[in-house]
Design a protein around this ligand. Structure first.
Ligand code: NDP
Ligand SMILES: N[C@@H](CC=O)C(=O)O
Length: 340
């Protein structure tokens, strides 16, 4: 049995609860990984507070309660144990893994970083969906101590870190290009189709992929976080957010998009890492790509990465994620890996 504490019960946490509730449901000869793993949610936290049940909170009931707009503390049959993961630990509720899926705070790391530190101090491994703790405390969270897994932080279900690490085992990257903020890809596509920017953002929020504060996506912060994590995890560098030359997509107009398209190009919200004599140059900015470029061929719901190498050719991979379920599946993949 693996006892979970889940902090953040929104698009990611809610979908994760649903995936946990249906873990054993996949039929046929190719069951989903983790089938038979006894994952028990013993603590859950949202903005209303922390709820606990050592015997296990029903994940389907909690997911349905949250999807209906309920507050965690109002779920029938559970005990309220303060407001934070530290409170849960102080109440003596034991768990084996923390899932941090709360909002990001790029100034301080916010409640997420506090929760992660509390868990690790108690010897408990962590799975992150929230990027801010990792971006702000990379050395601490990837250094000695309980494991921290973070594949959902770097492009939803697209295993970008795994792809890069495997590729760079025998090759050198000469340029990395990625479109890893799904909201920006989606919003630009809808604007090109004729929607107003406000309507496009509202549609992105309705899917669950946009951040609560859309400027986190539209101003390039989310892509910059992903680029920093990717660079630190795979390129042997120690990048910070301030190292990223960042431009968002808010200056891109429908005219720009149509003009590019008419010229055989597409404007893509691009994150790039390029090696220079003084280290890696990290940039997030809208870029015009020729239509035969793998990232220009993506549709509105896709994200992708292209790795140009010296001897291993050019690798590219994309993922289509119309909602937050694939990212929740990436969190589940980390849970299963750590529990295994
Ligand atoms: N959505 C996506 O596709 C992806 C998101 N992420 C990251 O995962 C994290 C969660 O994203 P998402 O689920 O979309 O966000 P949501 O806004 O949908 O959900 C955030 C959740 O955090 C809860 N919350 C707010 N404050 C606190 C707090 N102090 N302590 C604990 N929980 C709190 C909210 O409570 P309440 O329900 O009461 O409002 C809500 O349940 C973010 O950091 C995001 O960047 C990563 C990959 C993909
Ligand atoms: N807001 C993000 C969600 C995943 O990290 C995005 O749009 O890609």
């Amino acid at each position: 049995m693996t006892r979970l504490a889940i902090s953040g019960l929104g698009a990611i946490g809610g979908n994760l609860l649903h995936l946990i509730a249906t873990l054993d449901d996949s039929p046929g000869p190719d069951p989903r990984g983790g089938r038979g793993l006894d994952l028990r949610v013993v603590a859950a936290v949202d903005s209303s507070g922390a709820i606990v049940d050592a015997g296990g909170i029903d994940p389907a009931a909690l997911a349905a309660h949250k999807a209906a707009g309920g507050r965690a503390v109002d779920l029938p049959g559970v005990t309220v144990a303060g407001g934070t993961i530290a409170d849960v630990l102080a109440a003596g509720v034991e768990f084996d893994m923390l899932i941090e899926a709360g909002p990001g705070d790029l100034e301080t790391g916010g409640a997420g970083l506090v929760a992660v530190r509390a868990a690790r101090s108690a010897g408990i491994p962590v799975v992150l969906a929230a990027k801010a703790p990792l971006v702000l405390a990379w050395d601490e969270l990837t250094g000695p101590g309980p494991a921290v897994a973070y594949s959902a932080c770097v492009g939803g279900a697209l295993p970008t870190v795994t792809l890069l690490r495997a590729t760079l085992t025998s090759a050198r990257a000469t340029r990395i290009e990625a479109a890893l903020n799904g909201t920006s890809v989606y919003v630009l596509s809808l604007i090109e189709d004729g929607l107003s920017p406000a309507d496009a953002v509202a549609r992105a929020q309705a899917t669950g992929i946009a951040e609560p504060d859309p400027s986190f996506d539209l101003d390039g912060w989310d892509a910059a976080c992903k680029l920093v994590i990717l660079a630190n995890a795979t390129l042997g560098t120690r990048a910070r957010l301030s190292d990223v030359d960042r431009t968002g997509i808010t200056g891109v107009t429908r005219d720009d998009l149509l003009r590019a398209r008419a010229a055989g190009r597409r404007i893509v919200p691009l994150a790039t890492a390029v090696p220079g004599v003084d280290g890696w140059h990290l940039t997030v900015a809208p870029a015009e790509l020729p239509l035969d470029h793998p990232l220009a061929r993506m549709d509105a719901e896709e994200m992708g990465i292209v790795v140009h190498t010296d001897v291993a050719g050019r690798l590219s991979a994309t993922t289509r994620e119309p909602d937050a379920i694939p990212s929740a599946a990436a969190v589940l993949r980390d849970i299963i890996t750590l529990a295994g």
